[in-house]
Ligand binder design. Sequence first.
Ligand SMILES: [Zn+2]
Length: 373
Amino acid sequence: MEDRRQLMLDVLEGKPVHRIPVGFWWHYYSVPGALRLVQDRIKGPSRVPPEVLWRIVPKNPFRAYLTDGLLKSSLAGHKRDYLALRPDFVKIMSDGFFSHPSILENKVSTAAGLRLVAPVGPDHPWIRRQVQFVKELVEFYDGEVMVFYSIFAPVQQFRFFAEYIVKDVEGFQDMLLESREDVARAAEIVADDTILLLEALSAETGLDGVFYSVQSAQRRGCDRQHHDEYIKPTDMRVLDRINELWEHNILHICGYENYRNDLGYYSQYPASVYNWAVHTEGVTMAQGKELFDGVVLGGFDNNAGSLIDVGTSVEVIEFARRLVEESGTDRLILGADCTISPDIDLDRLALIRYAAQEASHRPPGERITDAGE
Ligand SMILES: [Zn+2]
C-alpha cells in the first residue's frame, strides 16, 4: 500500500514525488438557517447577546471547552471523512476553540474589554480539551498520514469573537487602530496561553505540525508599520515557537469570505508550506512559488458557486491537470484557498487526486488537450 506519510514528507523535503498530494478540510459546526437569516438582516452589531447564542447554538465554534456536543460531532466528522477519502495528509480543524476563553468570558470586542484579558494557564479546559481531541485523532490516523492542527494567531482570536458573535468587525478594526498598544498587550497574554497549548500538543500528541492562520488587519491605516509594531510581534512569537517544536508547518494566509492580504509581507513569515487565497488575491500557484520560499498549497477556489462546488467532473479534472502543468510538479500540494463546504461530494476530491496523479507523470509543456485525448 502506498505510504502517504512518506509522500508528503518527500514533498516537504523537496524530493521528487510520483504524484502530487492533495488535501482539503471542513468545519464541523453549522449555524441554524433561521438564526443566520435573522442575523443577516440586522444592520450593525448583533442584538443577540453571546449568552443567548450559546443557548440557541450549543454547537458553536467557540465553546467546546465547556460543552461536549460540538467536540463529539467534530471527532465523528473528522473520522468519517478520513475513512471515506483516505487523504494524503490531514489538517485537523479546531472548531470549538476559536478564541481564547478570556476573550469570550469578558466579551472582548471593544477597547474597554482589552484590559480584562487574563491568562488561563496550562490546566484550563481550553488547553486540555484541545490536547485530548488532537491526541484521539492522531491515534485514530495511526501514523498513516502527516497530521497538522489549526492554530490561530493571537490577533485573529480577537477578530473571530468580534466578527462571528458580536458581528461588529468594524468595531474590531477601530479597536486595532485606536487602541493599538492595548491590543498588542492583550495579544501577548493570548500568545502566552497559545504557546502553552502548543507545548502540550508537542509533548502529548504525535502531531506532525501546525497550520497557522494569519490575516492582514483589513483596515486602511493599519499599514505595514502598524503590523510591524502591534500585530507581528505576537504573530511571530507563536510562529517561532511552532517552528521550534515542529520541523514542517503550514502558514495559512486566510482569505476566507474574500478578505485580501499583503502576501509579500507574509512571505517573510518562515514556514515549510504556504497557503493563500489564490482566487481572491489573484496570485497563481506558479506566482506563489516565486513569492514564497517553500512548498505552495492550494489552487481551488473554496467559495460557494466556484468550480469545485458547481463545475462538472470534466471541468474539475481539466482544471486540476492544468494546475499541475502550469505550476510544475515540484513544491506543490493541491488544495483549496480555505475551508470547503461539506456539501461538496468527496468523490469530487478523489477525482482531483486522480487528475493530479495523471498530470504528475507528464513532461512539462505537454498539454493533455493538445495530445488529442
Ligand atoms: Zn482561511
